[in-house]
Write a protein that binds this ligand. Structure first.
Ligand SMILES: Nc1ncnc2c1ncn2[C@@H]1O[C@H](COP(=O)(O)OP(=O)(O)OP(=O)(O)O)[C@@H](O)[C@H]1O
Length: 911
């Protein structure tokens, strides 16, 4: 049968091809059994540094010849008596590692062994020479075998299995080997387990559980490794437990009393010690895959080495006639001899490099497959007795040993990564990391939430504090202002009274006191004047800057392009225009002529009107149209109103200007006529005719014209005049007049245009029916917006409009047609009203005074007026207004309001 390439009773011829050796190989190569003795300070084998190629070398194998030592048993009592006159058949030369086997008195054969142990060799010495190197190899990861072979009664069991209960010095190899193994391993990373078997009559039995017999021997088809999976395996943790196990095994081992040995073992005893050791792997031995997978946390990468120490106490070879075996014992002896013979044949085959090693001839050879010609480090001790009576058996034993010495094994370390352990560690680390990550994420989220909440709380608190502080400050300023005004007024009144009284009694006044008050008042006035001037100057500057900005913003190139484009259009239209020019010129001259005639006719009419009021209004109308002669009533009789109105849409700007002026004058004259002399003269109002003929629509259209400010100004003036008539007011609204006027109010800069627009809106403000619509179409805001102009005439119209609106609201409120606060207040008019209530321009002041009175007549406005500072203005009006009727109105208004009354009481103001 061919030997396995994976070791075990194989041909050893290839051993010379293994160049790499582990450190332990030096021992293996040595010609002696000298042990590597570790000092107590030496690190354990797995903590030694290995050459970088250690693993590779171990994997490929290193040669290791079977070591053989011979041990001579001392003469026993029987031999001492029986052989007293005879010399020993062997002579040992231990220093030369030689044994001389006497043939006769003058001749001897000399044999060399790896070690020669005399009858005086101690058990300790035997262990260190024979077994210790193997044990160390096992601890390094190799398989190892220590086997005792010899004639029955020569001391195999004594050498191997003696427990040394009475004398520890006599402990055999098994106990000592386990001691060394247990001393070397680390309980945290390593483990040791044993099985104890006997091969008896070609059956494998469990010495630890005797009922467990006939155990199968299994060979791994890939590796060739031999195992006995059915055997009991016991984990060993301490020395005591191994001794007990060995004792148990010894008790269960079959022995018999023979002539040669009272305790002759009738079976081969096999102690299998499994050593599993783990240690950190080298970085380069770890696959990159694992490195990648563990880039965050590198768990220790464990390498596991599994080795096996096999200690074999063979049954003794015997000559049946010498041992006196018969019957069953004879069968036992035959079986023993058969298995030993099979072993001898295998060793012979291996020693002779035979191509066939009869490994399957016996279970013993199958079990020892790895020990001879395999991967194990094997040490054989052959035991011999000294008696010349057994010279033949001794010679046979020596020859067995000599042949065994020729067997070359290929030692290999079997190591592997502990992937299971690594995977378990990685899983634990991953779980830990996930848990830690989740914990940190949760903590982070909570922290963000907390910071957010804190920030929100802080913002809310700051906002609340700010609002409270602002409100407090505002109330404080208001109160201080009111108190100071009150004080000043009281002081003034008191001084005035004192002065009047003193003057009445003494005929003269207290010049000093009066003088100081006057000075104070004039000082305040001066300050006020300065403020107004500064404000005007600032507004002028602002307007200048605005116009500069607008000029700056006009794109020169773009403008030029536009002019060129328009010029081209004009050229295109030139022919058309030219043809119309003649007609226009004729019409213009007709208009001028008729205007002149109309003026003359009007003057004659005016002379017949003897009224100062009408003259004043006449003058006003003349101003309104920018110097245009007003009385042109008969004009349309000559030209035709339709013709004049059609000229409003003329292409020629000049014609449009003339036409709009004429219409404006007609409207103004109509107004005049309607109010003053219509009945007397029996004339129809021009306004009605203008409106009927679509003039209002044309005028509103002209408001959209941005090209000529004059046209917008005059058109707005005409609309303002038409807006004095209630019927026209509704028409203006219907035709979208408010929007157009608001639009003009928003973008016109010319104060005169704004005055006309403000006047028109002011007129509309006086219409009770149009209040809501006017407001909803932005009329009030447009009116207020024009105060930006700052021109007194414009402000006067704004104030008039507000007064008109307030009057209508007051009236509606009184009639129960309106509830809720003033739309003026809602549109933000109150601050401006209060600010201008004491405007130095009398027309503005009067309108605002009236407006304040009207607003105050609506109880619902009272609180807002008080908080807005209007109360003090009303009090001032009730006391100081130069017009008696307004003073009375203000006083009556204040006294009729419970809200105002209680506030005045609180402030100790009398009215
Ligand atoms: N070196 C020794 N020194 C002292 N006594 C020894 C020695 N070797 C053997 N003996 C004794 O010799 C006897 C026989 O030994 P042992 O039983 O070990 O032989 P054996 O080879 O195992 O025999 P068998 O093969 O029959 O089992 C025992 O009593 C043992 O104590």
């Amino acid at each position: 049968m061919a030997s396995s390439c994976n070791g075990g009773f194989r041909n050893g011829s290839s051993s010379a091809q293994r160049p790499l050796k582990p450190l332990t190989a030096s021992n293996l190569k040595s010609t002696s059994f000298k042990s590597r003795v570790h000092s107590s300070h030496a690190p354990p084998p797995f903590r030694r540094s290995y050459p970088s190629n250690f693993s590779a070398a171990a994997a490929d194998g290193v040669p290791g010849r079977v070591r053989v030592a011979v041990r001579l048993r001392p003469r026993n009592a029987e031999e001492l008596a029986a052989d007293a006159d005879f010399a020993d058949c062997v002579e040992l030369q231990p220093e030369l590692k030689r044994l001389k086997l006497r043939k006769n008195n003058w001749d001897a054969d000399t044999y060399e062994f790896d070690d020669v142990l005399t009858e005086f060799a101690s058990q300790k010495r035997v262990y260190e020479v024979v077994a210790k190197p193997v044990v160390e190899s096992v601890l390094d990861g190799y398989n190892g075998t220590v086997m005792a072979y010899g004639q029955t009664g020569t001391g195999k069991t004594f050498t191997l299995g003696h427990l040394g209960d009475d004398d520890t010095a006599s402990r055999g190899i098994m106990v000592r080997a386990m001691e060394d193994v247990l001393a070397d391993i680390s309980p945290e990373t390593d483990s040791v387990s044993v099985s104890y078997l006997q091969l008896y009559m070609e059956a494998v039995q469990d010495l630890l559980v005797p009922a467990n017999d006939n155990i199968s021997i299994v060979e791994d088809p890939k590796t060739g490794d031999v195992s006995v999976p059915g055997a009991t395996v016991v984990q060993i943790r301490d020395q005591q437990s191994i001794v007990e196990l060995l004792r148990l095994g010894e008790a269960n081992r079959i022995a018999a009393n023979t002539k040669l040995n009272t305790e002759s073992s009738r079976s081969h005893a096999i102690l299998m010690v499994h050593v599993k050791r783990s240690f950190p792997g080298r970085e380069d031995a770890i696959s990159s895959e694992i490195d990648n997978a563990s880039h965050l946390v590198k768990p220790s990468k464990l390498i596991v080495r599994k080795s096996k120490l096999v200690l074999v106490d063979l049954a003794g070879s015997e000559r049946v006639h010498k041992s006196g075996s018969e019957g069953h014992m004879l069968e036992e002896a035959k079986s023993i001899n058969l298995s030993l013979s099979a072993l001898g044949k295998c060793i012979n085959a291996l020693a002779e490099n035979s191509s066939h090693v009869p490994i399957r001839d016996s279970k013993l050879t199958r079990l020892l497959k790895d020990s001879f010609g395999g991967t194990a480090r094997t040490s054989l001790i052959v035991t011999i007795g000294p008696s010349p009576r057994h010279r033949g058996e001794t010679s046979s034993t020596i020859l067995f040993g000599q042949r065994a010495m020729k067997v070359e094994n290929m030692l290999k370390i079997k190591e592997e990564f502990d992937y299971k352990s690594l995977s378990r560690k990685l899983e634990i680390q991953v779980d830990k990391l996930i848990a830690e990550n989740e914990r940190q994420q949760k903590a982070f989220d909570n922290e963000v939430e907390r910071i957010n909440q804190e920030a929100q709380n802080r913002i809310s608190e700051v906002e609340r504090n700010f609002a409270e502080a602002l409100e407090k400050e505002r109330l404080k300023c208001q109160m201080e202002y009111m108190e100071s005004v009150k004080e000043l007024e009281e002081k003034l009144v008191a001084n005035q009274r004192r002065h009047d009284c003193d003057g009445f009694i003494n005929g003269n006044c207290n010049g000093k006191e009066l003088g100081s008050v006057s000075e104070e008042v004039s000082e305040l006035r001066k300050l006020l004047q300065n403020e107004i001037q500064l404000r005007k100057a600032a507004e002028d500057d602002l307007n200048k800057l605005k116009s500069q900005f607008e000029q700056f913003m006009q794109p020169g190139a773009g403008g030029d392009t536009e002019i060129i484009r328009l010029h081209k259009i004009l050229e295109d239209e030139a022919y058309k225009k030219k043809s119309l020019e003649e007609e226009v010129a004729i019409l213009q001259s007709q208009l001028l002529q008729l205007t002149f005639e109309a003026g003359q006719a009007k003057e004659s009419l005016e002379r017949s009107v003897d009224s100062r009021m009408s003259q004043a209004r006449h003058l006003q109308f003349k101003e309104t149209v920018n110097g245009q002669k007003a009385p042109i009533a008969p004009l349309y009789e000559h030209v035709g109103l339709q013709k004049i109105l059609s000229l409003l849409e003329s292409e020629d700007a000049n014609v449009r200007i003339h036409a709009v002026k004429v219409v404006a004058n007609l409207a103004a004259e109509g107004q005049y006529s309607v109010i003053v002399v219509m009945d007397e003269l029996g004339c129809e109002a021009n306004q009605e005719k203008i409106v009927e003929s679509g003039g209002l629509t044309s005028l509103l259209m002209l408001l959209r014209s941005f090209e000529d400010e004059t046209i917008r100004r005059v058109a707005a003036g005409a609309i303002a005049n038409l807006a004095m008539n209630e019927a026209n007011q509704e028409l203006i609204m219907v035709q979208g007049g408010i929007s157009l006027l608001s639009m003009t109010a928003a973008d016109a800069e010319d104060p005169q245009t704004l005055r006309m627009v403000a006047g028109a809106i002011a007129n509309l403000c006086g219409n009770d029916k149009l209040q809501m619509k006017l407001r909803s179409e932005g009329g009030i805001r447009a009116l207020l917006g024009m105060e930006r102009c700052g021109h007194p005439d414009v402000l006067s119209q704004v104030a008039r409009g507000i007064a008109n609106f307030a009057k209508c609201e007051s009236r509606a409120s009184t009639q129960g047609l309106k509830s809720g606060r003033s739309l003026l207040i809602e549109d933000g008019a109150l601050p401006w009203i209060v600010q201008n209530a004491n405007n130095e321009a009398a027309p503005i002041r009067r309108h605002i005074e009236l407006a304040l009175c009207h607003l105050a007549q609506q109880e619902v406005n009272a609180k807002e007026m008080i908080s807005g500072g209007a109360l003090w203005e009303l009090v001032r009006i009730s006391r100081d207004c130069s017009r008696e009727d307004i003073r009375t109105l203000a006083r009556r208004t204040l006294n009729s309001s419970s809200t105002f009354r209680s506030e005045m009481r609180r402030l100790r103001i009398e009215c």
